[in-house]
Design a protein around this ligand. Structure first.
Ligand code: ADP
Ligand code: ZN
Length: 738
């Protein structure tokens, strides 16, 4: 295919000789690359970043190792230039193709993620520096000039600022000497962006279990080759210490390591530990970096200088020069699933990336996902278990609080037994975590007179009151408004009332019951920068706060030695939705929250408030029986042919015009393939029937594991013509069913 062009008559056509053409993939959702001519003086190889004309624009793409097409000479346009950046490695190119094929996206849309930093493809600006000119013209000497020349008499070129401070001279002195030709300008290569971590630094002395796991990982890293190892262990069992050994092994080989963490922006404690172990900070990669940081990091990863990258999902698409291992910490975490744009699961794609690069992958978790657990059972993945907490610290005892009998007072959410346990903990000078996975003050606001509920104008969702911000917010689209004074339905004034608790409301109850206790809110609206996360961690570690009220952001990976009581305010919250992974997700989250209690020498306690004390998830949690839970859950899923025992693809049809969306959904329903192997459910209004003003209908495609479900769906969608204004998104292995 030649790129579309309205002005092709103006460009000079390149002669159509074979070998003088290349395929260039552009970071746009456009098929599989275009054919361009190669000017005689340009020698191009696959992976080279090039500038090419596309219509009236110039765009950057990558030379792709696919046969160029026969484009008539008159239509062929030429590559404009090769950009001065290291080529996109072969593995990265194969990875782009693989991710696109599996997730039913275009190559170009995936390439876009691998080319997220256009500035990194340009040469880095060198730093202006000075040396003493070899043959200076005659000039007037002063004391200050003398000092400057003395400084420059020895050593390499230095920046004006460095010279000024070493010589104790003003900037004008240096400028004067440069203007007079006594100093010559020199370009200084920019300093390396990242220092090499000290892999030889002594790590902790490992326990026997830890040692066995670490040795196996190091052996894999050194021998190379693909394989997946699961490191499973209770919170605090030293999983991080173990995989850091694998990172050290990669460093020792002179290679790179990637560690993927959920919510990396907030992992202040992890970064501290890395620095304590290896002496320097790793390169970090997440969406909150500045443009300069992104540029430097991308480039340093590409030329192999950044040796350890710790990152979020998108770090998978960095152009690693010689990656030796990928570790995915908290592999079960749902935030590895990207739900917008190219929809993919970064945990699964990390395994693919490792396979393509012929390197080991490490999946780390206290509560394996069912997918990972099945892969261990079937022998596809190796497995190491760390069954005990480091240093003999005991696991917390988890008790159920039956809210049907242990009732809180009206308008309150803490049961008498939880309040009692909090009192005792504070009296002992220890800390408490109250966990409620609900931001804001109240999840629902309604009119006392007529029952009208305040809803988002753009989504099928209630507005959540955020009292600290003085706003009502939609958690799906970000819509925000002040609370109205009058009800739009019955015109009653000042009759709105908050229903149910969010963390802010819980903070109110706590302040009323424990006025002397220092409490802090840990929610993503407040702890929204790495600096704030660091400050939160510090204030807890230094015991400036006695009580933390938090959502899931406090569930992950933190160690607070003085925290001995965790109160789960509403253990049933995640079980309500009833989607495929509701039980699994709730188990993982609450197990992890429970793991925050009692580290070091102090044993911890967890109280779980529930109205469903007999629910299998609650029972498994109270017995600490994660294997039993996984088995029961696997049985259920297997019976229903659900993942990981069957395959699912979600299809979302959406648009602003409801009738068009319905018509398109019906058309798809009519053309749905009928076969015994593939079952198609829908179309049905999505649970979020309207999102950001778009109407949504859903299909769920279900098939056995041996069926190439992507191929079936592709065929179906390709053979159904739909109006342009309707968007069809495919979600392979869906996690969200909204
Ligand atoms: P996990 O990742 O399983 O939650 P960590 O690796 O974070 O566990 O270990 C929990 C705590 O115990 C950390 O403070 C860690 O430094 C410490 N720790 C774990 N193993 C050892 C060891 N062998 N020697 C010293 N400290 C250890
Ligand atoms: Zn909304």
């Amino acid at each position: 295919m030649a790129p579309p062009d309205s002005r092709q008559a103006k460009t000079k056509p390149a002669p159509d000789r074979s070998g003088d053409r290349v395929t260039v993939l552009l970071p746009l959702p456009l098929g599989r690359g275009y054919t361009y001519g190669v000017p005689a003086d340009l020698d191009l190889a696959p992976g080279d970043f090039v500038a090419v004309p596309l219509g009236p624009r110039t765009v950057t793409g990558v030379v792709w190792d696919r046969e160029p097409e026969d484009v008539p000479a008159g239509k062929l346009k030429s590559v404009l230039e090769r950009l001065p950046a290291p080529p996109l490695p072969d593995v990265s190119r194969r990875f782009v193709e693989w991710v696109a094929a599996y997730n039913m996206s275009s190559w170009g849309a995936v390439l876009k993620m691998a080319m997220s930093v256009p500035a990194a493809l340009q040469p880095e600006k060198s730093v202006r520096a000075y040396v003493a000119a070899p043959d200076p013209p005659p000039f007037k000497m002063t004391k200050a000039r003398e000092r400057v020349l003395a400084v420059l008499a020895e050593g390499p070129a230095r920046t004006g600022a460095d010279i000024a401070s070493e010589a104790g001279a003003g900037a004008s002195v240096i400028k004067g000497l440069a203007d007079a030709g006594v100093l010559a300008r020199a370009d200084l290569a920019p300093p390396p962006a990242f220092e090499i971590p000290d892999w030889a630094a002594e790590g902790p002395t490992l326990s026997t279990d830890q040692q066995t796991a670490a040795e196996a990982l190091c052996k894999d890293v050194k021998s190379g080759g693909f394989g997946v190892t699961v490191i499973e262990g209770v919170p605090g069992s030293g999983k991080t210490e173990v995989y850091l050994e694998a990172v050290a092994a990669a460093l020792e080989q002179g290679k790179q390591a990637l560690v993927m963490l959920p919510e990396i922006a907030l992992s202040a404690q992890w970064l501290q530990r890395f620095r304590a172990r290896f002496g320097v900070a790793p390169a970090v990669w997440h969406s909150d970096l500045t443009g300069v940081q992104r540029r430097r990091t991308w480039r340093a990863v590409a030329d192999g200088q950044a040796r350890v990258v710790v990152g979020a999902r998108s770090s998978l698409y960095l152009p690693f020069a010689n990656l030796a291992v990928i570790a995915v910490d908290e592999e079960h975490d749902q935030s590895f699933k990207q739900d917008e744009g190219v929809i993919y699961n970064a945990r699964d794609m990390a395994v693919v990336r490792a396979q393509l690069g012929e390197i080991p992958a490490i999946l780390v978790t206290a509560t394996p996902s069912l997918e990972t657990d099945q892969n261990v059972r079937s022998g596809r993945y190796s497995h190491h278990l760390l069954p005990v907490r480091h240093g003999g610290a005991s696991l917390p005892e988890i008790s159920i609080v039956d809210m049907r009998s242990d009732k809180p007072e009206r308008g309150h959410w803490l049961s008498p037994s939880l309040v009692e346990a909090m009192k005792k903990t504070f009296a002992a000078g220890e800390q408490v975590l109250l966990f409620l996975n609900r931001r804001g003050y109240a999840p629902l606001t309604l009119c006392r007179k007529c029952g009208h509920r305040l809803q988002c104008p753009q989504c099928s969702a209630w507005l959540v009151e955020h009292r600290l911000l003085g706003r009502l917010q939609c958690h799906h689209c970000g819509y925000a408004a002040r609370q109205p004074e009058r009800c739009s339905e019955c015109d009653a004034e000042d009759q709105f009332t908050a229903c149910g608790p969010g963390v802010e409301r819980l903070a109110e109850e706590v302040a009323e019951r424990f006025p002397e206790i220092a409490a802090t809110l840990a929610v993503s609206d407040i702890i929204n920068t790495p600096a704030r996360a660091t400050e939160l961690v510090r204030s807890i570690e230094e015991r400036e706060v006695d009580l933390i009220i938090g959502t899931q952001i406090v569930a992950k990976g933190y160690h607070f030695p003085h925290l001995t009581l965790v109160g789960v305010v509403d253990a049933d919250l995640g079980l309500a939705g009833g989607d495929l992974r509701a039980a699994e997700r709730t188990f993982q989250l609450l197990y992890q929250v429970a793991g925050r209690a009692g580290r070091a020498e102090r044993p911890g306690r967890v109280l779980m408030q529930t109205y469903m004390p007999d629910h299998p998830v609650i029972q498994a949690l109270s017995e600490g029986d994660s294997a039993g839970f996984l088995e029961a859950e696997a049985r259920d899923r297997q019976g229903a042919g659900m993942p990981p025992f069957g395959r699912l693809v979600g299809i979302i049809v959406s648009g602003t015009d409801e009738r068009l969306v319905d018509a398109a959904a019906s058309a798809l329903g009519r053309s749905a393939p009928r076969s015994a192997e593939v079952q198609i459910l829908g179309p049905a209004p999505a649970p979020m029937a309207v999102l950001r003003g778009r109407h949504r209908r859903r299909f769920l495609v279900k098939a056995g594991r041996s069926v190439n479900i992507q191929e079936r769906v592709r065929h179906w969608l390709r053979n159904t013509s739909l109006p342009k204004k309707v968007r069809v998104q495919t979600d392979v292995d869906p996690y969200s069913f909204l």
